[in-house]
Design a protein around this ligand. Structure first.
Ligand code: PLP
Length: 484
């Protein structure tokens, strides 16, 4: 299996290279040259596997054995999921009263869906780098969950340093503390002031750093944000696992409702379906930022000003992974994608023609969920389902499913992905439940971070680039070149 770029400007690369680089050198996103498909009999045989065994079956065809042999892949997967507090990794529960299925993706070390893929991705990077005796500097921008997940996964790894950047005041205190109380010598969270466009301002700085090829090489820069192929790949597994738990028989069409930000999770759902999993609809549930909803509803990808909402982890203006999906809609024509990406970079808007719009609608539903509906949904589920507490993102998924009920067949099962633990958003729980704080509003991991000593570093957006470069230079252990 090899990897090409959505922009078509590179020689096919291996899994190792795709994962270590993040972005392809031509500025595109890596994609596998083919999507392996499982037969019904193969799916049947996978249905009762543990999460880790299932992950091994699904990942194996994408990772050449000479890059990670079977034995090592098994160890890497075991290590990556060892810190999860549920043996099932992503357990599924049924809220009888409402007849809905919830798949909980928040049992990892930082209590969000980002833990699902981050552990494996960073362990893989460390595995490859240690073998080559090289080092990487990982820079990432976070809306609140990627940062803590990366910080926990990277802590103590000798081959890498990690700079999680967050817009100061725009993530919850709980999320901030998960990074700033960690005190790992190789993890350097920075709160950035003056980000009027939230995380997109930080992505802009990172994009500039990465665009300078010389500096990128000198500083050994890479990224673990959701453009990294390793993230998308590992996120396909929870679709399989969830499907097998919910299906009465293999072949039953089942849908998923997904709170969508950068389109990484949905992109993984798209791949799971392409691998043969009988997913009927992927429901793209957005908040008031709604960029993706406009794509599906109006065939329009437009960059708008950011609105801060209660579901802050999906406050995103540019859904990066959308290009991957578009590549397949455009029959794998990189020329088309290059045109679209360049047009979007210039004008902040693309209008899709009628044939593409038709394809966009196949197997996808979309909706927007307001803050008000998010709060009402948290309250309704709590009151009617025996005190079950959703976080605002899980609530967006559940409300999204309700909004789209008309578009679904009678009796069609839909699995709502709950992507964060409610303890990460206590003030929203309070708001929704008028001051009540049920047991599920607490989590020992979050309580621990609350009590810890905080090491805070902050910086002005205008000075971030220079400050980062200086900091990274100071941390380099294996300068590859004489810099003089
Ligand atoms: C990142 C995140 C999402 C969105 O996932 P994407 O892959 O960016 O679409 C949803 N919910 C939570 C809690 C997240 O942290």
């Amino acid at each position: 299996m090899e990897y090409v770029s959505t922009r078509g400007g590179i020689e096919p690369a291996g899994f190792e290279e795709a994962v270590l680089r993040g972005f392809a050198p031509d500025g595109g996103l890596y994609l596998p040259t083919r999507i392996p498909e499982f037969t019904k009999a193969e799916l049947q045989a996978m249905a009762d596997l543990s999460y880790q065994e299932l992950a091994e079956k699904i990942l194996r065809p994408y990772i050449p054995k000479d890059q990670i042999p079977d034995h090592d892949l098994r160890l890497l997967l075991a290590e990556s999921f060892a810190g999860f507090t549920s043996k099932e990794i992503t357990p599924q529960i049924r809220l009888e009263e409402e007849g809905i299925l919830i798949q909980e993706l928040f049992h990892g070390p930082s209590q969000s869906f980002k833990d699902i893929a981050m552990g494996f991705l960073i362990n893989c990077m460390d595995y490859f780098l240690s073998r080559k005796k090289e080092q990487l500097s990982l820079i990432l921008a976070t809306t609140g969950d990627t940062g803590p997940a990366a910080a926990h996964a990277a802590a103590g790894k000798k081959s890498l340093h990690c700079w999680p950047l967050y817009p100061l005041g725009m993530i919850t205190e709980e999320q901030e503390r998960q990074m700033t109380t960690l005190h790992a010598a190789n993890v350097h969270p920075v709160g950035v002031r003056g980000c009027t466009n939230g995380v997109d301002d930080l992505d802009g700085v990172i994009a500039r750093l990465f665009a300078d090829k010389k500096r990128k090489k000198e500083l050994c820069l890479s990224s673990v944000n959701s453009i990294n192929w390793g993230r998308v790949l590992v996120q396909t597994v929870h679709y399989f696992y969830g499907y097998f738990r919910a299906a009465a028989h293999i072949g039953e069409p089942i849908s998923f409702s997904v709170p969508a930000g950068a389109f990484g999770n949905l992109c993984a759902g798209f791949f799971a379906r392409a691998m043969g999993l009988p997913i009927k609809n992927l429901l793209c549930a957005t908040n008031d930022n709604g960029v993706l909803h406009r794509v599906f509803a109006d065939g329009l990808l437009v960059k708008k000003d950011l609105k801060q909402t209660l579901s802050s982890a999906i406050d995103i203006v540019v859904p990066y992974n959308f290009w991957r999906f578009l590549y397949y809609l455009c029959d794998r024509d990189p020329e088309q994608i290059r045109k679209f990406m360049d047009e979007f970079a210039k004008t902040d808007a693309i209008r899709f023609d009628s044939s593409l719009r038709k394809k966009l609608g196949q197997g996808f539903l979309s909706t927007t969920v307001s803050d008000q509906q998010t709060l009402e949904t948290i309250q309704k589920i709590y009151r009617q389902c025996d005190g079950y507490l959703l976080d605002p993102h899980g609530a967006v998924a559940v409300a999204g499913a309700a909004n789209c009920a008309k578009a679904m067949a009678c009796g069609e099962k839909i699995i709502c992905l709950a992507t964060a633990h409610p303890a990460k958003f206590p003030y929203i729980t309070e708001k929704a439940l008028a001051g009540e704080t049920p047991a599920m509003a607490h989590h020992p991991g979050i309580e621990g971070a609350k009590a810890g000593f905080q090491y805070l570093a902050s910086c002005e957006l205008s000075q971030l680039e220079d400050a980062l470069v200086e900091d990274i230079r100071g941390k380099m252990q294996y300068p590859k070149k004489d810099l003089s």
